[in-house]
Design a binder for this molecule. Structure first.
Ligand code: PXL
Length: 281
């Protein structure tokens, strides 16, 4: 049995079922020692009814160099890095340095450029942040943008009135040109009632589709990226990891829709045993 140590860099939203409160339990359940580097601490995430409600935001950019220095001193090295929601444009430079200096040989770098959805940047982000995120994508093995993030990263106008396969092909080419070795583009469907994910590697694309549950939920991108990361580190191909992550995320939405009161995240916790089964298949 080989034990892998992964570092995930994203925020702690104390309440919200997103970012680290999702990544840590999922990666632990997948069997990995999961080191965390919190990018910021927030009282809640910044979406839905939390937006404009006075959430707190404590940026941890300035703590990062000292934390990395200490790990360097005590010889900590990681088998993989998985980054999500980051706290500031300047922080991204530190994160790139950490990936470059604290990885074991061939450490995998998985970047979820979590910064936007539904055609809009999340609260608090701007064009500088997008530029820096594109530089982080350049050093990644695999990036996991949604369409909004993909458009921002490639300076492509957001397709408000829908898109066709030629648009997605062009977007995939532009994303690959950022420098990442592979791209997993989420939330792609060409037919009503469908949703899916496009996996692009070595100039080849594969589309995995599944039924759409028409209920947007917060935190599903984080569930998706965490499961994808867990699957990849367990040795699955990017396509199989993308498929399992989509199936599991769908189950989490199914597990939440009945709970009408619950609007800020998905109930993934009670489904972790199912994830273990999916991983074993
Ligand atoms: O789920 C993405 C995410 C992570 N962290 C914070 C967020 C969001 C999405 O809104 O606000 C703080």
């Amino acid at each position: 049995m080989s034990f892998k140590r992964i570092l995930t860099v994203q925020d702690i939203s104390c309440i919200g079922q997103c970012s680290l409160t999702v990544a840590l339990p999922i990666l632990s359940a997948c069997g990995f020692e999961t080191g965390i580097l919190p990018s910021a601490v927030l009282s809640t995430h910044t979406g839905g009814s939390f937006n404009g409600s006075g959430y707190t935001f404590h940026d941890l950019t300035e703590d990062m160099p000292a934390i990395a220095r200490h790990w360097q001193q005590v010889g900590i090295r990681f088998d993989a890095f998985y980054t999500g929601y980051l706290g500031s444009a300047r922080q991204i430079e530190y994160v790139k340095n950490i990936c470059a200096s604290l990885g074991k040989d061939n450490a995998r770098i998985i970047v979820d450029p979590a910064m936007a959805d539904f055609g809009r940047l999340y609260a608090g982000f701007d064009g500088d942040f997008v530029q820096e995120m594109a530089k982080l994508c350049a050093i990644a093995d695999v990036i996991l943008p949604n369409i909004t993030e993909a458009c921002l990263l490639t300076a492509t106008p957001y397709p408000t009135n829908g898109y066709d396969e030629a648009f997605i092909d062009e977007l995939l080419r532009k994303l690959a040109a950022l420098g990442a070795k592979a791209v997993v583009l989420t939330g792609i469907a060409f037919r009503e009632g469908e949703n899916g994910v496009m996996v692009y590697e070595n100039g080849q694309k594969q589309h995995y589709t599944h039924p759409l549950i028409d209920r947007p939920c917060h935190g599903t991108g984080d569930v998706y990226a965490s499961v994808f990361t867990g699957c990849v580190l367990r040795g699955k191909s990017y396509y199989d990891a993308a498929r399992i992550a989509a199936d599991f995320t769908l189950r989490c939405i199914e597990n939440t829709v009945e709970d009408k009161e619950h609007w800020y995240g998905v109930h993934f916790e009670s489904l972790l045993p199912e994830l273990m089964q999916m991983l074993a298949e």
